[in-house]
Design a protein. Structure first.
Length: 359
């Protein structure tokens, strides 16, 4: 057993894509003079790649039953990892189809690794059939550390470390232009499970004046389909002046929209751990999210936001109505969370979670 120290060390991440929620962690590791490399299968148009450029993994696939394996990929990666002599590899747990052999080969090369997931571990134990077997093998056979930003009130016997999402955004007071309508922000991909239409229907049913800005990603055929469906609904219901749809906005241009809004809503279902509600909190904006969202535990219900019943029209409607009356009071309450999630204390915790973790 040994400890991973800061000096002259290197860490490699294996991810479906480099996501905004890892930006703060990456910045912190680089400041600690730790060499960081990210291997990913996809590159998004809207992520922030200012700190690091991911190394794209070639996509040559061989399908065996429900698994996808690329032997050429693994040979290249193993040669690269062995040559660079990485001290630690962190593997995103949520997509094993692409990583099925990686932990086995890393163990063979005696390279330390552990898993990272933004999904509540309870989810993996509720899967059925082959999916359950697949995750059960990896969670039990390797017995390695698991990092997660998701709280879990239920005790699961697992070698788990809670690693909060780090934020480097300063909570400054913004001068806002007073308007006669509520300014609401939603940041979500144009996918059905994001429930953007549900949010619009709820707002339409309420007797309030509002302007909603939706910022989403529109890069796949599915994104285009859902975007056009929402746009059609807006024309049919004569809501084009109340709801503005934006897409593919660079991450470093998002801040002005957080500053603009009165409060933030993410109505999505089946949401592992969305980063956008926490970004909104860091700008002193109250938040509404569903009971299915992994980051709901960062929200103090009825203090700096509301948690509505997942995929429930009446519940969402009730809390948006309440938020329209209470958002100014909630904005004052946001000072209460500064010492818990949104300042340098988070980065000090990371030092204990990763840089000195016993592996």
């Amino acid at each position: 057993m040994r400890f991973l120290k800061n000096r002259n060390k290197s860490i490699a991440f294996f991810l479906p894509r480099f996501h905004t929620n890892l930006y703060g962690l990456t910045e912190y590791l680089l400041k600690k003079k730790i060499n960081v490399k990210v291997f990913s299968f996809n590159k998004s148009l809207i992520e922030n790649y200012k700190l690091i450029k991911p190394i794209k993994i070639p996509e040559k696939k061989i399908k065996i039953f429900n698994f996808t394996i690329n032997f050429f990929k693994y040979l290249k990666l193993l040669s690269y990892l062995k040559k660079k002599n990485y001290n630690l590899v962190i593997i995103r747990l949520d997509d094993f189809k692409s990583y099925i052999l990686l932990p086995i080969l890393l163990r063979f090369l005696k390279i330390n690794f552990f898993f990272y997931t933004q999904t509540d571990l309870e989810y993996f134990y509720n899967l059925k059939n082959l999916k359950y077997v697949k995750y059960f093998i990896f969670l039990n056979f390797f017995k390695t550390k698991i990092l997660t930003p998701v709280f879990n009130k239920k005790k699961i016997k697992r070698n788990k470390y809670f690693l909060p999402f780090p934020f480097l955004i300063k909570m400054k007071k913004q001068k806002k232009k007073q308007t006669y309508y509520l300014k609401i922000l939603c940041i979500a991909k144009y996918q059905k499970r994001k429930n953007i239409l549900l949010l619009i229907r709820v707002l339409k049913s309420l007797d309030i004046k509002f302007k909603l800005i939706v910022i989403g990603e529109k890069t796949t055929q599915n994104h285009f389909y859902n975007y056009n469906k929402i746009k059609k609904f807006l024309f049919q219901e004569k809501l084009t002046k109340n709801v503005i749809l934006k897409y593919n906005i660079k991450n470093n241009n998002i801040n002005r929209f957080y500053n603009w809004c009165d409060f933030f809503v993410l109505p999505s279902t089946k949401e592992p751990a969305a980063i956008s509600p926490l970004e909104a909190l860091s700008f002193r904006k109250p938040v509404i999210c569903s009971s299915n969202n992994g980051t709901k535990y960062y929200i103090n219900h009825n203090i700096n936001g509301y948690i509505f019943d997942d995929d429930n029209y009446k519940s969402l409607r009730n809390y948006i109505r309440k938020m329209s009356l209470n958002y100014k009071r909630f904005q004052k309450n946001l000072n209460l969370i500064k010492d818990n999630f949104l300042n340098e204390n988070i980065l000090n915790k990371i030092n204990n979670k990763i840089l000195k973790i016993k592996i």
